[in-house]
Design a protein around this ligand. Sequence first.
Ligand code: PMP
Length: 361
Amino acid sequence: MSEIFNFCAGPAMLPKPVMAKAQQEFLNWQNTGSSVMELSHRSSIYMKMAAKAEADLRELMSIPDNYKVLFCHGGGRGQFSAVPLNLLPTGKSADYIVSGSWSEAAAAEAQNFGDINVININQNKDSISTLLDSNEWPLNQDAAYVHYCPNETVNGLEINNIPDTNGVPLVADMSSTILSHEIDVSKFGLIYAGAQKNIGPSGLTIVIVREDLLGNAHKATPCIMNYKMSADNDSMYNTPPTYAWYLAGLVFQWLKDLGGVKAIEKVNKAKAELLYQAIDNSSFYLNHIDSQYRSKMNIPFWLADESLNEQFLKESEQAGLTALLGHRIVGGMRASIYNAMPLEGVEALVNFMQEFEKRVR
Ligand code: PMP
């Protein structure tokens, strides 16, 4: 079988060397005679692996010591509930910045738990999708926190500058951008990310939370969603997603071996530039997003002649370029090019797009 490049938004492709290593040690992990997924999460060999995965993530993101790293269940959507349950005390409100469909969903879920101030920053200028500059967000100085989504997976909109919230804790859904470029973790109160894009398989969610925000959860918070409970038990209050944690550990090691986040950021920039250039240099393909808010991870594009969509998808699939169908909300195509997507994958896509245009135009 010739090489496949998988552009799925998530669960997304994982690094080949990681998959090969997981395959090689699948039946007999570290000479235990068992698969890692058959071992107790409390066995010393597993706990050692789990601690190393956390240490590697801390190193990759330069996470300060006053932050806890939690390995949770429940995905991104689980955090849509966990965040207000843990951080929104009765009588306070929280600001939710809406820049696309995931931040909108987060705000809708949070409304089940308290007073939510929804701030829609989507704008349309001369048919270009853009966002209100973060300096102009009408934030409430008394809010318990400000929630936003730096990279909207569906809409392909990315907010590059970390907003200044004047001391109000900033909460970020980094599901589709974590580990893709360097960030200053100390600017955030809490970061969360479902694993299934840049971290590992689905089933694991990473939460990075500043310690002073722990301990104020609503009484009704389920124990498995309670950050303090999780932190006090080293993310093992209940059985964690052990295999996903192990695989995330392999991904962290892979990223470290590549030179860390700084190194992958360069590759990610080159990949995104290549694809946007191909789109912009042709009237056959369109992307109407303001260049300063274009995502480097999820790149939606549309064929000017939408009647060719089906043929494009069929032939791209035959060329080994899979999962390019855009999200149903926005239509068209979407190329998700997370850390595991090599530059060659984007080159292959661009070559296919140009060849397709020549052929059918
Ligand atoms: N937030 C973002 C930015 C996402 O991209 C996704 C999933 N694609 C989610 C939240 C929801 O994640 P999950 O399916 O793990 O609940």
